[in-house]
Ligand binder design. Sequence first.
Ligand SMILES: Cc1cc2nc3c(=O)[nH]c(=O)nc-3n(C[C@H](O)[C@H](O)[C@H](O)COP(=O)(O)OP(=O)(O)OC[C@H]3O[C@@H](n4cnc5c(N)ncnc54)[C@H](O)[C@@H]3O)c2cc1C
Length: 376
Amino acid sequence: MHTPVTIIGAGLGGLTLARVLHVHGIPSTVYEAETSPTARAQGGMLDIHDYNGQPALRAAGLIEEFRSLILEGRQAIRVLDRDGAVLFERADDGTDGRPEVLRGELRRILLDSLPAGTVRWGHKVSGVRALGEGRHEVTFADGTSVVTSLLVGADGAWSRVRPLLSDATPQYIGRSFVETFLLDADTRHPASAKAVGGGSLFVPEPGKGIQAHRESGGTLHTYVALTEPQDWFAAIDFTDPAAAAARIAREFDGWAPELTALITAGDTAPVLRPLHALPIGHRWDRVPGVTLLGDAAHLSAPNGEGANLAMYDGAELGKAIAAHPDAVEAALAEYEQTMFLRGAEAAAEGTQLHEFLFGDHAPHSLVAAFTEDDLS
Ligand SMILES: Cc1cc2nc3c(=O)[nH]c(=O)nc-3n(C[C@H](O)[C@H](O)[C@H](O)COP(=O)(O)OP(=O)(O)OC[C@H]3O[C@@H](n4cnc5c(N)ncnc54)[C@H](O)[C@@H]3O)c2cc1C
């Protein structure tokens, strides 16, 4: 393989692929739409699992760097009811196998591990075209283009590479999250900080719920879930943060004030995150010279696996390419065979998790899942 592997998207999946290729001495170029590593806040914590995210980082030779990022104690879990009563609690004894790190820091160690110039910032792909014999032309928004004999779409939910392989498009799952942040909460919002505890908080009810995480420095990061059509959210003016937060909080009338404060006392404007998914089991027939990884391949309802899977895909694809240096098609076929299976499995688990969280039997279904260890 004489041309560098061409990766679209510098998310966790694309960067892990680039790094694993580099570890095996294979050059790659990553084209990223954002203009710089700091163009967008990479908010949020990710729990990195010992069965997918961590092996990927090991393959990338970055496990020690990863360990230095771990926020101790954040694997604690609490489930409360709407009155703030504790239904389930598990402390973080360090043995859970899914330590939490900040997404931005994880992305930074991957970026720092690549040779200078690997990532080409400000390259938004506007079109892709098959040229035959496994070659593809990639065109960017500024009108420039490149031709490659190995193209990898790591460009997330709305992948521009995916149409080369499949007609599938993500569909709205009928639910959205509204994201808020409370800063310095131990001092400024002690009741909410206490309710969240040391790690993750879940307050689920049929069709809705509040999920919050303690991040670094007393930051509480909350996802408020509501099962409503997109039109319902479109009627809310998110350019007026206080009014939008108040409208969302109205859906939680009568809930404990330390819980509703997670919605109304935000230090940043609430952000609407509509949730989409590809069909479970999304797959395609082999097309020479191109493949997908991460959300581009198997976007699913958020279930704590997406970033882990994207990194695992990147590592597996990198290893497959390295194992078949003169047989790219064999590498892609080998990678896709197992990727399709793990993507389908995780997507099905995501649907089940949303049933535990927001189905008719919430919150008890979630408590039962934690108690019976159906959720790691
Ligand atoms: C609300 C929410 C919460 C989540 N929480 C978790 C969690 O706790 N744990 C977890 O594991 N997962 C979580 N996920 C899922 C996780 O964020 C994704 O699965 C993961 O980021 C996928 O990684 P990726 O590399 O495939 O894609 P992305 O992270 O989406 O990266 C794609 C990259 O491609 C770039 N790009 C896009 N289009 C173009 C283009 N046309 N040209 C060039 N570049 C382009 C983007 O700018 C981006 O940098 C959550 C998702 C949501 C929506």
